[in-house]
Ligand binder design. Structure first.
Ligand SMILES: C[S@@+](CC[C@H](N)C(=O)[O-])C[C@H]1O[C@@H](n2cnc3c(N)ncnc32)[C@H](O)[C@@H]1O
Length: 246
């Protein structure tokens, strides 16, 4: 779902956001950066910022990185990225909120916030994103509702409640928002695709789109089965689907 949403915001969604740079806070080994790099138009630049092997400056962030990202290296990121793209993006090894020292204010059309998932750091990243984004630019937040990342949820909804951030669309993993007008995006995002179904909800006086994975539709019949039989039924259905394809 999020691969499709990234693609949509970076292609069709460019009609609403306008031209501009792309930025990523938290690159890890390059999975999302590679996708962002697919959608640069002439004159646009992708900048990623990550601590890579450098140490965080507070105990919580240090522990988060040691536990979550063993084996991370800038060299690993660069090797992965250049397996797919001919040229590296601008790679900055620094604290994520310092992105503002490397990318021009108001020059960014899409920023992905996926660095530290702790409250104080995300608050700093939101402030940086607001500085970088063009008027109708879009910010995507990772893990805005996971049980192990309450700091992201708190920081994001705080910005919605008191800093003029407008959510556009919610997937199960990421929230997409803008400090501009969300309506052109909400109107234009496809309501139903092979990946998702959707509903409109109103939050803080504005409409937003809530997506559910389309396989919920495919597996609608599951609710009528005793829970213990569900894995067997799913396997049988998958086998049947692959025979039918052949
Ligand atoms: C969840 S991973 C990023 C995943 C990546 N966006 C992807 O989808 O493949 C988080 C990254 O943030 C980095 N990070 C954590 N705290 C940071 C901070 N304070 N400043 C910059 N980078 C940080 C970690 O080194 C790690 O590479």
């Amino acid at each position: 779902m999020d691969r499709e949403l990234f693609r949509w915001f970076l292609t069709a969604g460019r009609a609403a956001s306008g031209a501009g740079n792309i930025a990523e806070l938290g690159a890890y080994m390059g999975q999302s950066a590679v996708l962002l790099g697919d959608h640069l138009e002439d004159g646009e630049e992708l900048t990623v910022i990550d601590l890579f092997e450098a140490q965080a400056d507070d105990a919580g962030n240090l522990e988060e990185n040691a536990v979550s990202y063993p084996g991370l290296s800038r060299q690993g990121f660069e090797a992965n990225y250049t397996r797919i793209h001919a040229h590296l993006p601008r790679v900055v090894q620094d604290f994520s909120e310092r992105i503002v020292d490397h990318v021009a204010e108001g020059s960014v059309r899409f920023v992905h916030i996926d660095a530290s998932h702790l409250y104080d750091q995300v608050v700093g990243d939101i402030k940086a994103a607001k500085t970088l984004l063009s008027e109708a630019g879009v910010v995507a937040f990772d893990d805005y509702r996971a049980t192990h990342t309450p700091g992201v949820a708190a920081a994001v909804w705080e910005a919605v409640a008191s800093d003029g951030l407008h959510p556009i669309v919610l997937s199960s993993k990421k929230l997409y928002a803008t400090w501009g007008d969300p309506a052109p995006y909400v109107r234009a995002i496809p309501r139903q695709t092979s990946r998702w179904t959707s509903e409109i909800q109103s939050v803080a006086g504005a409409d937003l789109l809530v997506l559910s994975p389309a396989h919920h539709e495919t597996y609608r019949w599951i609710r009528y089965l005793p829970p213990a039989t569900v894995p067997h039924a799913k396997r049988a259905r998958a086998r049947l689907a692959s025979w039918t394809k052949r």
